[in-house]
Design a protein around this ligand. Structure first.
Ligand code: ZN
Length: 190
């Protein structure tokens, strides 16, 4: 159990396809340590999601924990802490919506990214059970951001408009004040 260093954009591990986690290793001591480290590291950084490559482990595991509505992330459903192993995203409706995203591996910046808002995630849970869930809205964006980390993608790759990339302070000063947006004043780091 430890807080691990989070690697930043430019580290090659963030650009690799992570390998599928062997199911026979789920539940073993090394697995338990990795999950505990990811949980501790995410909590320490104040993030709502963390993918294994962000702590330099190139395996297909992400952890997500979204606090309840009314938090700093605005209105949306809460998602209790969970582990997603070898996840696969299927887009159920291609209609997109945008959110300002932040990333623990791209500190200090945020960008406006449009993604499909209705997806299914098929995955293995930490008890080695095959699971499936449907995510909509902000939650769908969170999953796609995290699972992109497992295929070497960062949110900055998904910017449709690079003028919509800002430092946190400038975002707060100039963009979050803009009544034309419906965005959280302090976007999440994932
Ligand atoms: Zn991220």
């Amino acid at each position: 159990m430890a807080v691990r260093d989070i690697v930043r954009m430019g580290h090659p591990v963030l650009r690799k396809n992570a390998i599928a986690y062997p199911r026979e290793k789920i539940g073993a001591p090394a697995f338990a340590t990795l999950i505990a480290d990811m949980k501790d590291t995410m909590a320490n950084a104040g993030g709502i999601g963390l993918a294994a490559p962000q702590i330099n482990e190139s395996v297909q595991i992400a952890v997500i924990e979204v606090p309840a509505s009314g938090s700093r992330y605005g209105d949306h459903e809460a998602l209790p802490f969970a582990v997603y192993i070898n996840p696969v995203v299927t887009v159920l409706d291609a209609e997109t919506a945008g959110y300002w995203e932040g990333c623990l591996s791209v500190p200090g910046l945020m960008g406006y990214v449009e993604r499909p808002q209705h997806v299914r995630i098929d995955y293995i849970d930490e008890y080695n059970q095959a699971k499936s869930l449907v995510a909509q809205g902000f939650t769908a964006t969170v999953f796609q951001h995290e699972l992109d980390h497992l295929i070497g993608r960062l949110y900055v790759d998904r910017l449709a408009d690079t003028t919509q990339l800002a430092y946190v302070e400038e975002y707060a000063a100039f963009i979050a004040q803009d009544g034309s947006t419906e965005r959280a004043s302090d976007p999440p780091d994932e």
